[in-house]
Write a protein of this length. Sequence first.
Length: 83
Amino acid sequence: MALLKKRTAGKPGEWYYCLKHGTVEEGPQCRAADRFGPYTSREEASHAMETAREKNLRWENDPRWHDKSGGAAGDASGDRGSA
């Protein structure tokens, strides 16, 4: 169990965005489930939520993301087999 309580030391130059506190951190300060990163700069980490939103939009609109079998992940347009 001791391994689970060990906190990873941060490395200089690794930046994280803490989802719980809404702050940028150098090195991992909060638990992994509460952060995005690592990023290469403070600036990049400060845009973590914006970057995540942009990636989500790309994935949601990617035709390869939708299930071709017509399951729940298929799009609502009815055009399910034209990839």
